[in-house]
Design a protein around this ligand. Structure first.
Ligand SMILES: Cc1ncc(COP(=O)(O)O)c(C=O)c1O
Length: 445
């Protein structure tokens, strides 16, 4: 157990002004006059700088960051190796018309990614298309799946989030506000229920139950609404992110893989939030030993410089030259940041750290759930932790209270808090996070 003195030594939380402070309040007033109302700001934070797991605002208040720019800053804020790579690249070459020429940095990042592809029975090699964001990665994957199969329908899951552009939004089914008023979206998308491992009936084998959750639903739609020979792809997040950090049961993805193989359907893993070590593996689908046909990536790939991509089995990437493109995807600075970021994750053992700190935090929060009915359940893998509260108001008040006490969190799903801190989070920082979050939650009673 972390001692109090270790905690106070490591504790850099410093809230010296009311929140927002005077400078932050002035920025917010100017911001609100000119920025889109569609943006959903969660609390009045105006960040100025970041280092590791710590963020300082424009008034000099310092916060412990447990959401890392929505699961982006895997190696923390401004990791020296990432900063150095970005600086060097910016001095040498910023843009060259990426996909139209051969860029060594682009190629080296793709080599790294291909080297990280989940292993399995398919051994025919992978190829990568780099983008600027998660949504673009999903759009590309969707196009490739339709091209390769010559089919149009796609199966996704309720609670899933895949982005906000027209194609990816058609797959997203996380919150109605994200879709309201934007239809008609892509035709032929069917949403099924994404099971939660915690709902497995007591005494039942989780793998059997997980398989049933997939097989029953697929058989029903294949027999009623959705002929399997018309389905191009099934897309799923290995652990639902925006939907509330929902971990599916063992057996679920294995059954989907089998059904896809049986019917010539592609299986697309959206690893935008789960990828790059967050769950203790490069890609979370590895926890279930399932090899997708296409993997979508972004967020944690670069710790903050916009980079995304999708990696496809060579056997399915049959589209011809110029079938897909982008001006900025795989920009030199993004590739430099991503290469350095991936090296740091590997060399600093951050996947192991994510497992260790994540297990420790989940054990503490499970203890806390015994102390208060406001915390209903704790789930997750590595440093992707969902804390389900009694109701939406509790989740929001908990997040707000943590902000006021110098800890940055986010809500997810209907009534959960999510923790997705940088993977460099150490035990002392985890201890501070838990202490503050515990006090705020118990203080609400
Ligand atoms: C699983 C998943 N896919 C896709 C996206 C969209 O990524 P972006 O916001 O970079 O477009 C997100 C973003 O939260 C995500 O969590």
């Amino acid at each position: 157990m972390t001692t109090q003195s270790a905690l106070s030594q490591a504790n850099r939380i410093h809230i010296a002004t009311p929140l927002p402070g005077p400078k932050a309040a002035a920025y917010i007033a100017r911001d609100e006059a000119v920025t889109s109302k569609a943006l959903g700001r969660v609390y009045p934070l105006v960040p100025h700088s970041g280092q590791g797991c710590w963020v300082t605002d424009v008034d000099g208040n310092t916060f412990l960051d447990l959401f890392a720019g929505i699961a982006v800053c895997a190696t923390g804020h401004c990791h020296p190796a990432v900063v150095e790579a970005v600086e060097q690249q910016a001095r040498r070459l910023i843009h060259v018309g990426g996909p139209d020429v051969y860029s060594p940095g682009y190629m080296e990042l793709c080599e790294q990614l291909v080297g990280m592809a989940p292993t399995g029975t398919y051994t025919g090699g992978w190829e990568v298309f780099l983008t600027n964001s998660g949504t673009e990665s999903v759009e590309g994957a969707l196009k490739l799946a339709r091209y390769f199969t010559g089919r149009q329908r796609v199966i996704a899951f309720r609670g899933g989030f895949h982005g906000r552009t027209a194609g990816s939004l058609s797959l997203t089914a996380s919150k109605a506000v994200q879709r309201r008023g934007f239809g008609p979206l892509l035709a032929g998308v069917e949403h099924l229920t994404f099971p939660n491992r915690d709902d497995c009936p007591a005494g039942m084998d989780e793998t059997i139950w997980g398989r049933q959750q997939a097989e029953r639903q697929f058989h029903t739609i294949f027999e009623t609404t959705t002929p399997p020979e018309e389905v191009a792809a099934v897309i799923a997040e290995p652990i639902q992110g925006e939907g509330g950090y929902i971990v599916p049961p063992d057996g679920f993805f294995q059954a989907i893989r089998d059904l896809c193989d049986q019917h010539g359907i592609l299986f697309v893993a959206d690893e935008v939030q789960t990828g790059f070590g967050r769950t203790g593996k490069w890609f979370a689908m590895e926890h279930w030993g399932v090899q997708p046909d296409i993997i979508c990536m972004a967020k944690g790939i670069s710790s903050g410089v916009p980079v995304g991509g999708f990696m496809a089995r060579k056997s399915v990437a049959t589209w011809p030259e110029s079938a897909h493109g982008t001006t900025w995807g795989g920009t030199p600075i993004g590739c430099a940041a991503a290469r350095a970021n991936i090296r740091v994750i590997e060399e600093e053992g951050l996947m192991e750290n994510a497992m260790e700190q994540g297990d420790w935090l989940m054990a503490r929060f499970r203890e806390l759930a015994q102390e208060t009915p406001r915390l209903v359940s704790v789930r997750g893998m590595g440093l992707m932790i969902g804390l389900e509260t009694a109701d939406k108001a509790t989740a929001k008040a908990w997040m707000q209270g943590c902000f006021e006490q110098g800890v940055l969190t986010l809500t997810a799903g209907a009534k959960s808090m999510r923790l997705a801190p940088p993977l460099i989070l150490n035990r002392a920082e985890a201890g501070i996070a838990y202490q503050v979050m515990r006090e705020v939650l118990l203080g609400m009673e």
